[in-house]
Design a protein around this ligand. Sequence first.
Ligand code: GUN
Length: 294
Amino acid sequence: MSSVIDGKSVAATVLEECRAEVLELKARGINPGLAVVLVGEDPASQVYVGSKVRTCGDLGIHSQKIVLPASTSQEELVAVVRELNADPSIHGILVQSPPPKHIDEEAVVRAIDPRKDVDGFHPENVAKLALEDKTGFVPCTPAGCMRLLAAAGVKTAGAEAVVIGRSMIVGKPMALLLMAKGSDATVTVAHSRSHDLPAICRRADIIIAAVGRPEMVKGDWIKDGAVVIDVGINRIEDPSKKSGYRLVGDVAYDEVAPKCSAITPVPGGVGPMTIALLMKNTLQAARQLGSATS
Ligand code: GUN
């Protein structure tokens, strides 16, 4: 039987750590601030941005929510980012992904001051992660997955870890974190061109599913006793729900759970961790920028 890794409870612990750190920073005269920029009206992004701002409020972190129309030009968005770079009340800047199609997301990320890049997407922070330089920002979702593994008592050293998905937001940084010194896993990164994904997964002691395909990982892909972290948050139609949809992960939970030693649910697994680690990163930015200027 598997144990269910309760992301809400682990996230609550992280948020309590943050609450204490906010007080400590404020006592030193540093008032942490996060700006969240949303371009367009993607319904899922609206929900995520709302939760990020609400969580800031709960912790006493100053937040600024900037909602721009879908017609916003690349230049206008970069101008907003530059203003936030120059704003001393803002320590963290996040532009919610994905932006509308006409926006060059990479150029926007490069415009963010790397010292305020709490998403950890700027090339400087990507490099720092690869170099294991702890002054950089680690992307929130993979950092949250690592914290879930630790909270569940999962030993990563020497383990076979399979990351499904090679995105810059999750797959690549996840692989770097798992292989870093101290984690010491043997890491395989699988993706849409990988041959025989089920066979690759059957080798894994730890599977991180981050492909964005509803319930793709099946029960017979899982080695007995493996640990499964499901990063997927997919909306699928469900007429029995008031909203008309329900959320499922990238893992076929009902088939997979009985074979695992531990698994994260969707919702209530990785999702709450992403926000909690964003708060951590914002406080890291405030601490680093605060000590640089005081
Ligand atoms: N969209 C989905 N996940 C993320 C994230 O971690 N950061 C940003 N900026 N956008 C996202």
